[in-house]
Design a protein around this ligand. Structure first.
Ligand code: RBF
Length: 171
């Protein structure tokens, strides 16, 4: 298993563009709050570490992970944001609820990304138990909120680069 071999949150800082002029929305689920708020802390501190201003980060809380897509759509409709990051934690139980929620969020965020042309980052832990979640929310596998922040910054920078390239070419 790749994630057992490395802590993916130990990224190369030099490869991350400046987030100074970028704006971000973060939608965070309240279910498994002790996990999701650890993701949130990692995410916000990483955005700020890379130059984002607190004024350009808007956080919205939704009841559960299933509501992440609707929360992202509402946030994107109200504010001009460069990227939206969704954070949640779905823990497998005795039933298949986790599969329905996880698939709904994955496909909802994919659709929003395509419809809006803006990055919608999937920061949803889809774990078998609480320990796996803790390992990924500041534990031995790093903090997936940090990785979500880096992904958002990189995707916004890619869009900026593409836009500038197209202008230069003259399309
Ligand atoms: N939301 C989560 O974010 N994480 C969970 O682990 C989680 N487990 C759930 C288990 C069941 C059986 C149900 C019905 C809901 C669960 N939810 C969970 C809440 C879900 O994301 C959503 O908020 C509610 O279903 C209301 O739409």
């Amino acid at each position: 298993m790749a994630s057992a071999l490395s802590n993916l949150s130990e990224y190369n800082e030099g490869n991350v563009p400046s987030a100074e002029k970028m704006s971000f929305g973060i939608v965070v689920a309240e279910w498994n709050r002790h996990i999701t708020h650890a993701l949130l802390d990692g995410c916000v501190s990483t955005l700020i570490h890379h130059g984002a201003s607190e004024d350009n980060i808007r956080v919205v809380q939704v009841p559960g992970s299933f509501e992440l897509t609707a929360g992202a759509a509402a946030l994107g409709a109200e504010l001009r944001l460069d990227a939206i990051i969704c954070l949640g934690c779905v823990i497998k139980g005795e039933t298949n609820h986790d599969e329905y929620i996880n698939h709904a969020v994955a496909s909802g965020l994919t659709q929003l990304g395509i419809q809006t042309g803006k990055p919608h980052v999937f920061g949803l832990l889809t774990v078998l138990n609480e320990l796996q979640a803790l390992d990924r929310a500041g534990g031995k596998h790093g903090n997936k909120g940090v990785e979500a922040a880096v992904t958002a910054i990189r995707m916004v920078a890619i869009r900026h680069t593409l836009r500038n390239d197209v202008r230069k070419i003259g399309f």
